[in-house]
Design a protein around this ligand. Structure first.
Ligand code: ATP
Length: 732
């Protein structure tokens, strides 16, 4: 139907019913259905089709129209009536919208489908399903992988091969499906194709070039698990993604419009203001969440879209809708590769190409519509009516029940095999060998791909930078605040802090300022304040990065923002809550226990608590970032908390010299000293004698303590940043 690499803009017109072999394939059946395939006007190097219209040899009997020719002709006409000449692309786009009926209209979901299906048809209006994937031009990507092997090292088993040499290709305009039994290696292969994992041998090329960082923004990757911020609405999620990811050549309004467009295209309007949800938080449905994740990736209009089980745990109608969307995306000139479990025959009919993977090897690679024919040509056919995917999965599992056994395989049966049915291993080996010999016959000539120059890919990537650093910071800050707004107004933390303050106030109750407060008791109170406002923020901060790890890896792998912008924004996001709560706390405690009744003393005490919070947060962030695992981080965090507390000089003053250093790195030590000095400090110029409380000579100068805390605030954060930098953006 089209050359293997054909990112050229072509238009297909289906002019007749499908071949009987296509079974359930109703795409465009007799409906005169047409759509644009591809759109790059620059990529003619990939193929050449002479003339504007030609007939194809495929059994779909499609007519290919060279839209470049058409568009040029139309452009000339438009120019002659006064249209600007650079409207070449726009005309193609307008033409697409004008001339492409909704595929589902021609696809025609069966009238006896569930009510849900009917709803979907309403949602998937012709306009919404096929429009505007081509907003921004991007070079198409021809993906090719050959003899890809991947192994992991396991402690118990040593090296284990996950992929034994898988080959295939996908070109612009094609939807390539990877099917196979669970554990076959589909996700691994997809991760390798996305550049998130490094393969051990073989080749993976994108327009004949190996993976490079410039491809990051050209590959959309939808992970198996939905990763999104649960407290953001659908609209917020996609708008922030658009603001961060779309090139800075677009205005903010244009980016917002693009987000709305994708919402419409994926029929998410009805839930656009609902929270995504997740865990115990009820949000949008599973199908809608999947569509949000897909929308997130297609915002950028990536020329290569990879999806890991986009239909998992969805009902058949939702699954069909998603595959239809992928099919539509592919038909706009994108290369789409998806793994899929148990597709129904209707879903199966939407795939252009198929790769059947079992136990890390490919058993079939080629046109999806020819898969059944391929196996029947080897003498392996279903003996009862069977969904093609079910048949293929059975073969990949080595299950030959209800199937004719190929003669060669029968001949190979060992004489000791009394059942005369081949074992699953024999079946697997037979089909793997057959697939290998078929691929070598097809030869490299057929697999040869386009030669879109690397320089072209690089130059286009440099033009497509997303938001600037300061914009990224602002967007991430705003997103973080929105995501955490429920915490700001959550009564749990407020109650926790206020009740602790009241209990402390009651225990140290001493409103009568005229009588002197017992110094030892007050030292205990001040020490407790330093402990409370050290460990409370530390323990909260430990969760920050491990909790966002998956999201961070996903977004950083996609090159959405710079780590420094994320880090800066994330550090500030929690501050409002962390700095408001101590104000309530100190207002209650300070006056209940009768600390020094002056505004200056109160203000300095509050500032000291702020310093404690920010320093402790820094340590919590660095512990979290070092482990990226909440359990491990909490374990280390509690050991550190204990040592800092013990070394702070309240419980013991005569610490052995070899342990003395701990108190200098303990923020508790510095905070405790500062609080004592604020309450009992004596200036050098004053006449009073500085008292000694718990071994601390309480003068009025807190410069050393403040300097130490500032060094901690910066130092711990710097450490946290380094740990985050070190974090590998490997596949999750
Ligand atoms: N890092 C790893 N260490 C050990 N084994 C691994 C690793 N990654 C993958 N595997 C194993 O490799 C095999 C293939 O895994 P993969 O996730 O690619 O399969 P899959 O076909 O996508 O399965 P499913 O359809 O269930 O998602 C599995 O047996 C899995 O346990």
């Amino acid at each position: 139907m089209f050359q293997l690499c054909n990112p050229m803009s072509v238009m297909e017109v289906n002019e007749g019913p499908s071949s009987p072999k296509q079974g359930n394939d109703k795409i465009g059946e007799g409906a005169g259905f047409c759509m644009l395939r591809g759109r790059s006007l620059e990529s003619e190097k990939c193929s050449s089709i002479n003339g504007a219209i030609r007939k194809t040899k495929s059994f779909n009997s499609q007519i290919l129209i060279n839209t470049d020719e058409l568009v040029k002709n139309v452009s000339r006409r438009f120019n002659s009536i006064g249209f600007p000449s650079n409207n070449h692309f726009n005309i193609a786009f307008a033409f697409q919208r004008m001339s492409c009926p909704h595929p589902q209209l021609s696809d025609g979901p069966a009238a006896d489908e569930t009510g849900q299906e009917e709803t979907e048809q309403q949602d998937m209006s012709p306009d919404s399903s096929m429009r505007s994937w081509n907003i921004e031009p991007s070079l198409p990507i021809c993906l090719r992988f050959e003899d890809v092997k991947f192994k992991v090292t396991m402690n118990s088993e040593g090296e284990k091969y996950i992929l034994h040499g898988v080959s295939g290709s996908a070109t612009p305009g094609e939807l390539l499906a990877m099917i196979g039994p669970s554990g076959g290696g589909k996700t691994t292969l997809l991760n390798l194709l996305s550049g998130r994992l490094k393969f051990n041998s073989g080749t993976i090329t994108y327009n004949n070039q190996p993976y490079s960082k410039s491809l990051k923004r050209k590959i959309g990757f939808v992970m198996q698990d939905d990763v999104a911020f649960p407290h953001l609405t659908v609209k917020e999620t996609l708008t922030y993604a658009a603001l961060l990811r779309l090139p800075n050549t677009l205005t903010k309004d244009q980016k917002r419009d693009r987000a709305m467009e994708v919402i419409t295209d994926l029929a998410l309007e009805r839930c656009q203001n609902s929270m995504i949800g997740g865990g115990l938080l009820k949000g949008i449905s599973g199908g809608e969440r999947r569509r949000v994740c897909i929308a997130n990736e297609i915002l950028l209009n990536p020329p290569l879209l990879l999806l890991d089980e986009p239909t998992s745990s969805l009902d058949s109608a939702s699954a069909l809708r998603i595959v239809q969307i992928l099919h539509n995306i592919a038909k706009t000139g994108k290369t789409v590769v998806t793994t899929i479990h148990q597709p129904s025959s209707r879903l199966f009919s939407k795939f252009d190409k198929l790769i059947l993977i079992g136990k890390g090897s490919s058993l079939y690679f080629g046109k999806a519509s020819e898969a059944m024919m391929y196996f029947s040509s080897m003498g392996c056919s279903p003996l009862r009516p069977m969904n093609p995917a079910e048949f293929l999965l059975d073969l990949a599992n080595g299950n030959m029940n209800d199937k004719s056994v190929p003669l060669i395989l029968e001949d190979k049966l060992s004489p000791t095999n009394s059942t005369q049915t081949p074992s699953s291993l024999e079946v697997h080996e037979y089909f793997v060998e057959a697939c290998e010999s078929r691929s070598s016959k097809i030869g490299k000539s057929k697999l040869s791909m386009s030669t879109i120059q690397q320089s072209e890919m690089k130059s286009s990537s440099s033009k497509e930078l997303g938001a600037s650093w300061s914009d990224q910071f602002r967007i991430l800050l705003s997103r973080g605040i929105k995501e955490r707004r429920h915490e700001y107004f959550s009564s749990v933390r407020v109650i926790q802090v206020v009740s602790t303050a009241i209990i402390m106030g009651l225990i140290w109750w001493h409103p009568n300022h005229s009588s002197s407060v017992d110094l030892q008791d007050q030292a205990g109170l001040l020490f407790f304040i330093s402990v409370f406002w050290g460990f409370f923020p530390l323990l909260t901060a430990i969760f920050t990065f491990p909790q966002e790890r998956v999201m961070l890896i996903k977004e950083r792998s996609a090159g959405m923002y710079r780590l420094s912008a994320y880090f800066a924004a994330r550090n500030i996001t929690d501050l409002p809550l962390d700095l408001i709560l101590p104000i309530f706390f100190m207002l209650i405690v300070y006056f209940m226990v009768g600390l020094q009744p002056s505004f200056a003393a109160f203000f300095l005490t509050l500032l000291t608590v702020f310093l404690s919070i920010v320093a402790a947060q820094g340590l919590g962030l660095s512990i979290g970032a070092a482990f990226m695992d909440i359990k491990k981080a909490m374990t280390l965090g509690s050991v550190i908390i204990m040592s800092f507390m013990l070394a702070a000089g309240f419980f013991i003053q005569d610490v052995p010299s070899f342990m003395y250093w701990v108190r200098y790195v303990s923020f508790n030590y510095h905070i405790f000293r500062l609080l004592l000095k604020i309450q009992h400090g004596c200036s050098k110029s004053g006449s009073c004698e500085a008292p000694v409380i718990k071994g601390v000579r309480v003068d009025y100068s807190g410069k050393v303590e403040v300097a130490a805390l500032i060094i901690m605030i910066i130092g711990y954060r710097f450490l946290a940043y380094l740990f985050l930098r070190r974090m590998k953006l490997k596949a999750i």
